[in-house]
Design a protein around this ligand. Structure first.
Ligand SMILES: Nc1ncnc2c1ncn2[C@@H]1O[C@H](COP(=O)(O)OP(=O)(O)O)[C@@H](O)[C@H]1O
Ligand SMILES: [Mg+2]
Length: 362
């Protein structure tokens, strides 16, 4: 069953339109991640789902019922924010129980729910503590607990980990992944600008830019088959290498001219693109050093990043503006000034039109 249906959802603040018509169906129990650069409208969209912002135009359905005019408290939704704002003078238990107490729920019901939530989040030993006696990660778990206790049908998270330091972020991310599997019925929508969170948590990712959807798909689908240049650049780190190319021959396989060399890309292209400009893409991890004549590109190393597990080599290639990044496993000895030939697995190559659309979706 469809948990959530967004139909041409739009939002304007005064004359400024910030959400430009979002169409999206989310299934019951799905974990959806909204990802995109700062200011693209992630929070605004989430707040419209929660009912904290008016919908300027379009229709929103939760469990089949139109909710445009339904107040937040009646939408069966709970939201966890970046700033978790616990009540400092209340214990963990009371912080989690507060909402149900206000709603005058019976004491035994409150206790059952709080204990169950504490169990899921491994907060049972801390129930009598005040927030100040907890780590940042534990406090964020209390904020999540407060939302679980409300037994929501839909769980919304707005960048819940961005106030935590790197190690805690990883640990809490794993907690959220576990939370997802312990609440399989609950639909979750999670907003982040962090692509690692998006890749690791999502059943499906919604990539947003400037108030519209660029692509919706499973994490690996977006990584392997980005629909356009925006998604190609956004998913993956270091970002996909993108270079201007010219289409020399169309057909089942496309022959391109790349910085003066010819390459055959096993992606079909329509006849009308013969002679057209295009963008050739290949991820740094899909390039490798080639000592033979059958290389794709050749260049001079101008920068090397040794991260231990991998080495990122930045190559200046003649007639190409941007350096080409090659990600090779382990510690590499190559240094600045060295000449290097590289090649790519043809199956891992990407082609985009001049306007930025992937050839796979033409
Ligand atoms: N209350 C508001 N009034 C006017 N503009 C707003 C308001 N809230 C957000 N915006 C604008 O809407 C756009 C999207 O904001 P937001 O949803 O917060 O982005 P994100 O969460 O993706 O960083 C931004 O350009 C922001 O400046
Ligand atoms: Mg935001």
């Amino acid at each position: 069953m469809t948990a959530l249906h967004l139909q041409n959802i739009q939002k304007s603040y005064g004359v400024t339109k910030v959400i430009h018509g979002i169409d999206l169906k989310i299934d019951d129990g799905e974990f959806i991640v909204f990802v995109g650069p700062s200011g693209c409208g992630k929070s605004t969209l989430l707040r419209m789902i929660a009912g904290l912002e008016n919908i300027t135009d379009g229709e929103m359905f939760i469990g089949g019922a139109r909710v445009n005019d339904i107040p937040p408290s009646q939408r069966g939704i709970a939201m966890v924010f970046q700033s978790y704002a616990l009540y400092p003078h209340m214990t963990v238990y009371d912080n989690m129980a507060f909402g149900m107490k206000i709603a005058k729920a019976p004491k035994e019901d409150i206790d059952k729910r709080v204990q169950a939530a504490a169990e899921i989040l491994q907060l049972t030993p801390y129930l009598d503590r005040l927030p100040k006696a907890l780590s940042g990660g534990q406090r964020q778990r209390v904020a999540i607990g407060r939302a679980i206790v409300r037994n929501p049908k839909v769980f919304l998270f707005d960048e819940p980990l961005s106030n935590l330091d790197a190690a805690l972020r990883v640990a809490t991310r794993i907690e959220i992944a576990k939370l997802k599997s312990s609440m399989p019925e609950t639909t979750m929508i999670y907003v982040t600008h962090d692509q690692v969170e998006a890749m690791t948590l999502a059943d499906r990712i919604v990539v947003l830019s400037a108030g519209h959807i660029e692509q919706v798909g499973a994490p690996i689908e977006l990584y392997e088959k980005p629909a356009n240049l925006f998604v190609a650049r956004f998913i993956g780190s270091p970002a996909m290498n993108l270079q201007p190319a010219r289409i020399e021959n169309t057909g089942e396989h496309t022959v391109i001219n790349l910085a003066g060399r010819q390459a055959t890309v096993p992606i079909p292209s329509p006849e009308n693109l013969a002679g057209a400009s295009a963008h050739f893409g290949v991820r740094p991890e899909d390039l490798r050093i080639a000592d033979d004549d059958d290389h794709l590109l050749e260049g001079t190393i101008h920068f090397v990043e040794r991260l231990g597990e991998v080495t990122n080599i930045y190559l200046n290639v003649k007639d190409v503006d941007e350096p080409v990044v090659v990600k090779v496993p382990g510690v590499q000895k190559h240094d600045k000034g060295d000449r290097l030939r590289i090649t790519a697995n043809p199956e891992k190559m990407h082609l985009f039109t001049e306007e930025g659309r992937s050839f796979l979706y033409l």
